[in-house]
Design a protein around this ligand. Structure first.
Ligand code: ADE
Ligand code: ZN
Length: 355
């Protein structure tokens, strides 16, 4: 379907449009939605001691120098999640915020190894999250699916063991992903477990080209045969790779606020989102770990558009359209959301004056 004529929409209308338009969120770690207030509430409920005296002191510790410095604090925060109801409460809080941001579809990452390594049964993790997904659909009409991520700093054997533990709950997740520290943990480390997952009919995605080099994006494509690249912003260092990603419409789930907090870019004004769109890539905007990076998905759109004046109304529409194109839902559902999106933008096009 061709893009409707949105060039006439004044830039001043963009914030309202970015808030109200339907959108999908495809790169969101549920453990990364754990707000400091909920950390304190769950710590009290589960009698877990915290090394911070207050919510403010904890929030003040959220100053990161790179991905690993963030992951250290993120895995520590997840230590308050112990029971099925904790996972429900965590995900429900996210879905309330997502619905307010007009997210109509979310594909949500979870890291079972972060919890099973602490003795939490995988059943508590998956059943608690699934319960929240069902309720989000019932109450908000928000379709929510789960993607199980393997921690790449752990071994492939550990990933296989996690897959075995998760298979009784196979009907509760639609795919697998690969996250955690990228440097030194290339996609090919997980070649066999991803082959097994593909054979099981699971969707496959992987973080690549966040801190890691463009070669990691290539091996995610060639070895893991992923259907989306999470982040992928370092692809611009390899023009042939950019052409390949554009020609195949391989989605990139870009997370602008995350990229600045983790020092992938110095500032939002330096972000390459506009260049990715101009190169014809299927880029999307997402929040990654919003409790840690200062904003949920609409904050990511708003702050990025404020920082990059070259982004237009057509880009805003394209990013939301890409989020549906890149999602793992049937084509008829994609088309229905796309029609709703087009209607919202069409209503913002100024009426032509008298001839
Ligand atoms: N886990 C949570 N957030 C992540 C990120 N941005 N990169 C890799 N692993 C993650
Ligand atoms: Zn991520």
């Amino acid at each position: 379907m061709p893009a409707p004529a949105f060039d006439a929409i004044p830039r001043a209308q963009l914030p309202a449009l970015l808030r109200t338009c339907p959108k999908a969120e495809l790169h969101l770690h549920i453990e990364g939605t754990l707000e400091p207030e909920l950390i304190f509430r769950l710590a009290e409920r589960n009698h877990v001691p915290l090394p911070y005296p207050s919510v403010e002191a904890l929030r003040a510790a959220y100053a990161f120098s790179d991905l690993q410095s963030f992951l250290d604090i993120y895995y520590a925060g997840a230590g308050v999640l112990r029971k099925e109801e904790d996972f429900f409460d965590l995900a429900w809080a996210y879905f309330e915020r997502a619905a307010a941001d007009n997210v109509v579809h979310a594909e949500v990452f979870f890291d079972p190894q972060t919890h099973t390594e602490r003795g939490v049964p995988i059943e508590a993790v998956i059943v608690g999250l699934d319960h929240a997904c069902r309720r989000a659909h019932a109450e908000f009409g928000l379709s929510a699916k789960l993607i199980l991520c393997f921690l790449r700093h752990l071994s492939e054997e550990a990933a296989f063991a996690t897959l075995e533990q998760a298979l009784p709950y196979r009907h509760h997740f639609i795919g697998v992903g690969l996250d955690s520290g990228e440097r030194g943990n290339p996609p090919e480390k997980f070649a066999r477990v991803f082959a097994k997952c593909r054979g099981l009919g699971l969707h496959v995605v992987a973080h690549a080209g966040e801190e890691g080099p463009p070669a990691y994006i290539e091996s995610a494509l060639d070895v893991l045969q992923v259907q989306r690249i999470d982040h992928g912003v370092r692809c611009v260092e390899d023009p042939a790779l950019v052409r390949r990603l554009a020609a195949s419409r391989m989605p990139l789930t870009v997370c602008p606020l995350s990229n600045v907090k983790l020092r992938v870019f110095d500032t939002l004004a330096d972000h390459n989102l506009k260049a990715l769109l101009d190169a014809g890539l299927c880029a999307t905007v997402n929040s990654d770990d919003p409790a840690y990076f200062g904003g949920y998905v609409v904050d990511n759109y708003l702050q990025t558009f404020a920082a990059l004046p070259a982004l237009t109304a057509r880009d805003a529409w394209q990013l939301a359209a890409n989020s549906f194109e890149a999602s793992f839902v049937p084509d008829a559902q994609k088309q229905a959301w796309r029609a709703r999106l087009d209607d919202v933008f069409a209503a913002a096009v100024p009426a032509a004056g008298p001839a």
